[in-house]
Design a binder for this molecule. Sequence first.
Ligand SMILES: Nc1ncnc2c1ncn2[C@@H]1O[C@H](COP(=O)(O)OP(=O)(O)O)[C@@H](O)[C@H]1O
Ligand SMILES: [Mg+2]
Length: 332
Amino acid sequence: MYSIETKSLTKSFGKVIAVNDISFSVKTGEIFGFLGPNGAGKSTTMMILTTLLKPTSGQALISEFDVMTNAKKVRENIGYVQQETTVDEYLTGRENLLLQAKLNHIPKNQIKQRIDEILELIELSDKQNDAVVTYSGGMRKRLDIAGGLLHRPKVLFLDEPTVGLDIQTRRKIWEYIKKIHKEFDMTIFLSTHYMEEADKLCDRIGIIDGGKIQVIDTPENLKNAMGAEVISIIMENSTNRNSFLSKLKEIEFVKNITEDGTKLTLFVSNGTKVIPIIFQISSELEIKINTISLTRPTLDDVFLSYTGHEIRDDNSGFNRKREHAKMKRLRS
Ligand SMILES: Nc1ncnc2c1ncn2[C@@H]1O[C@H](COP(=O)(O)OP(=O)(O)O)[C@@H](O)[C@H]1O
Ligand SMILES: [Mg+2]
């Protein structure tokens, strides 16, 4: 069962092809992440899927309803939380939700209960009567998300839900998203340019760059496909060292071993399977291992290998580049 399906979806703005012939499916119940840098086409795709923008060509279905021919049905089935906050600063948290409830035509006799429930879920009950202007960035984002949930959508769209928030707040928002996902048993489609967010939160990731999907898979598979993991061992010297080494070489997933004094480095294809075997062999041979560590390819490596460039975070070149572009626009 799929909650989102696109076929050759394309959107051009004049000469710019923002979304270029993308086809993907999101399974019902999964958290699917669109990972890509600024300008990749994430928001444009999301706006098509939420019926706010018409595609130039191709097709998109939400819960089997076509976004072009059945927009009303699609809207009933979705919640959409934009990147920029949409809450009214001068209203209280509760008043904002009341407004959302009315906009979403929630039956009058259910409004109070739904708002109470959602405030509880996002832990804003005790702040509900404060003006939003007093809220932190994280609280505003939680309120934004709450607004998208009041009508109990089957599919929730979150466009860069944690952009601009500090890392602690970001992690908190991930917890709320997980909680919501579990509680409402919904499909979640989110976009992000944060590696860690995609890695920690998403069941599957589509890497999007230049309007094209480069690859779609689970974070696990993407990283594993990068090949070699590295196990480093520091052992105590032993007369059994050579038999230890030859037994290690026989392990199925071990591709290569280098030795440097008491330090062994194993290049392996399945580190989590190899480590217990290493312990088993070392205990049979009465070899003492002082430290053992496994390093794995990161999603950064994955991104780099599929796009040929790095995605950068907050304070690095990525945003500086954006600032630079902004300044240029201001000057011209
Ligand atoms: N309304 C628009 N008019 C012209 N170009 C647009 C418009 N919206 C987006 N674009 C361009 O489409 C590309 C993709 O943008 P967008 O979907 O916002 O990317 P992302 O959300 O991944 O940062 C960018 O090159 C952007 O400048
Ligand atoms: Mg965007």
